[in-house]
Design a protein around this ligand. Structure first.
Ligand code: 8YV
Length: 315
């Protein structure tokens, strides 16, 4: 009997590849492969390991064919996967929640600090040898210590941000569809109320059609003058044009962004603004976190192919 075919549509770290290779015929397509190559290579797969940047749509599921049992997404977000198409075919879809909460929350706090204290701007001036020297009240920033931090989305990652901020004596307010039972001191507010009181606003919602441009001209207009926006979830939660206007003309003082609409392309208008800290989608990018994600992605494949319930199912 030939081993089941498992196709890794991008790449996967050894922590995930090793357990898959022990059991299956594993084909790693590699990062950045053209869509046609991915479509060709998924043919006959029992399992596909995908990443948030790889659209898992009708065409890809059709190309895989009737042997396919599971799409294991390497990431907590799964907005790249057409869940209805998967349901229609009776497929399982899994993700990698939990293991990346600390790393992603830590990056959100990093962006709050970096945007608040103008770290990228200061670094650029020193590097360019354009530092005029001490004695001026330049580079005055905003402190996270004692600030009001508004978390939009108070799931695993949002709650971890609140935990990390304990030492900062910050007041935590959050907006979510329901009250969250937690030991953390955090007050639930309506989104509009949150935006009106928060010095820092950090986005931690899963991306859905309803979340598209949740932060746009109207909601940005409700924010406090001098507020700072941080986004480590998905770029399209924020309307980029409206954000650029709010960074140029107020009310925002700065923004820290790890994700972008249409990434990896980032509009020049955003790149040219000095009051932004821009990162290449590295929320989960620590070796230990990526190993844990890879292992969990593999465990999900193995469970489904062995006829067991996967550890972290979406569908
Ligand atoms: C990516 C992410 O999975 O978890 C998510 O939803 O977007 C990230 O962790 C990671 O960048 C690998 O592509």
């Amino acid at each position: 009997m030939t081993a089941p075919r498992v196709v890794v549509a991008g790449s996967l770290r050894e922590a995930g590849l090793a357990p898959l290779r022990e059991r299956y015929d594993v084909d790693v397509v590699g990062d950045g492969a053209p869509r046609e190559t991915v479509l060709e290579r998924v043919a006959g797969a029992r399992a596909i390991v995908a990443r948030p940047g790889i659209p898992v749509d009708e065409a890809l599921l059709d190309a895989a064919g009737s042997e396919l049992a599971v799409v294991s997404n390497f990431g907590v977000g799964y907005d790249n996967v057409d869940l209805d198409a998967a349901r229609r075919r009776g497929l399982r879809v899994t993700n990698t929640p939990g293991v990346l909460s600390a790393a992603t929350a830590e990056l959100a706090v990093t962006l709050m600090l970096a945007a608040g204290r103008r770290v990228a701007e200061g670094d650029a001036i020193v590097r360019a040898d354009r530092w005029p020297g001490l004695g001026r009240d330049e580079f005055l920033g905003r402190s996270l210590v004692g600030a009001t931090v508004g978390l939009i989305g108070f799931g695993r990652i949002g709650q971890t941000v609140a935990e990390l901020l304990r030492g900062f004596d910050a007041r935590i307010v959050y907006a979510d569809v329901a009250e969250v039972q937690t030991e953390l001191e955090a007050q639930r507010l309506e989104l509009d109320e949150l935006l009106a009181v928060a010095d820092f606003v950090s986005v931690h919602v899963a991306y859905t059609e309803e979340a598209r441009h949740l932060i746009g001209a109207r909601t940005l207009g409700l924010m406090k003058p001098g507020a700072i926006l941080v986004n480590t979830s998905r770029g399209a939660v924020v309307d980029t044009d409206a954000l650029i206007a709010a960074l140029r003309d107020g009310p925002l003082a700065a923004a820290g962004l790890d994700v972008f609409e249409g990434e990896p392309d980032v509009p020049a208008a955003l790149r040219e603004l000095p009051n932004t800290v821009l990162l290449p989608h590295i929320g989960s990018a620590t070796a230990a976190t990526r190993d844990a994600m890879a292992r969990l992605a593999a465990d999900n494949v193995i469970a489904v192919l062995e006829g067991r319930e996967p550890p972290t199912p979406v569908v």
